[in-house]
Design a binder for this molecule. Structure first.
Ligand code: ADP
Ligand code: MG
Length: 245
């Protein structure tokens, strides 16, 4: 197999004397989807934030296609431009149209011309199935549609890697499916993704690798058929029994 796109080696992170990530090592290959599962507070979001350089690690190394994201001399903006991030709360600007929300970063951050940015943004809205909402305000879209806009916004710069932090947790149950379908589509298109979710059924469908986090460690890692359907660790079994009900 080729070198992983993303490699975490011995990542540690504490907040004060609270150790959140003890020793995290993980490889993510191109086109793979890695799903992090674990109880609330187990460090899933912190791990994604370390990858996106929103947190500095205390120890360990993270590389993205050979670029060391944990190097103190890193050009953080350049690194972040290679990574698309979507959070639970979609954080769209309510006073801007859907199209302008997606166009904003390419124009402001990536200094693209407005015309080019609009064209790419429209293509992205098309891809997430929302071209007809381009001129609507976010408030005129359902939660599921707003989250798909947030995903389009993250895709518009053609990231090498997408990080998705509980992107369906704020949605009404009937709107979860359309967002999960979109993630399935991205995966089918070859996007490399690291995400965390409480949707265990979805994790089983989309993940190449599932990593169960507990107490700052990856307790169990492997394909969903092993970690979800035949977990070897008692802790993993207990966690799955809790979230499934
Ligand atoms: P998860 O996403 O798995 O629910 P988080 O990564 O959000 O877990 O949080 C892991 C632990 O780190 C929690 O105990 C949380 O309170 C703590 N934590 C997260 N961010 C901070 C921060 N900025 N300062 C202090 N503690 C934090
Ligand atoms: Mg979290």
């Amino acid at each position: 197999m080729s070198d992983p796109l993303l490699r975490l080696t011995g990542v540690r992170k504490s907040f004060g004397d609270h150790v959140v990530l003890r020793d995290i090592s993980l490889d993510v290959h191109r086109g793979q989807c890695v799903v992090l599962i674990g109880a609330s507070g187990s460090g899933k979001s912190t791990l994604l934030r370390c990858i996106n350089v929103l947190e500095t690690v205390d120890d360990g190394v993270i590389t993205l296609d050979g670029t060391e994201l944990t190097d103190p001399r890193l050009d953080v903006d350049a690194a972040r431009a290679r990574i698309g991030v979507v959070f639970q709360s979609y954080n769209l600007f309510p006073h801007l149209s859907v199209l302008d929300n997606v166009t904003l970063a390419p124009v402001l951050v990536h200094k693209r011309s407005k015309a080019e940015a609009k064209e790419r943004a429209m293509a992205m809205l098309e891809r997430v199935g929302l071209a007809d909402k381009a001129h609507a305000r976010p408030d005129d879209c359902s939660g599921g549609q707003q989250q798909r806009v947030a995903i389009a916004r993250a895709l518009v710069n053609e990231p090498e890697l997408m990080l998705l932090d509980e992107v369906t947790s704020a949605l009404d149950p009937e709107l979860v499916g359309e967002v999960l379908d979109l993630l399935q589509q991205l995966k089918a298109e070859g996007m490399t993704m690291v995400l965390n979710t409480h949707e265990i059924g979805f994790a089983r469908d989309v993940a190449d690798t599932v990593a169960y986090l507990h107490d700052g460690l990856i307790h169990e890692v492997g394909p969903p058929a092993e970690v979800i359907d035949n977990p070897q660790q008692e802790r993993t079994r207990r966690f799955l029994a809790r979230v499934r009900h």
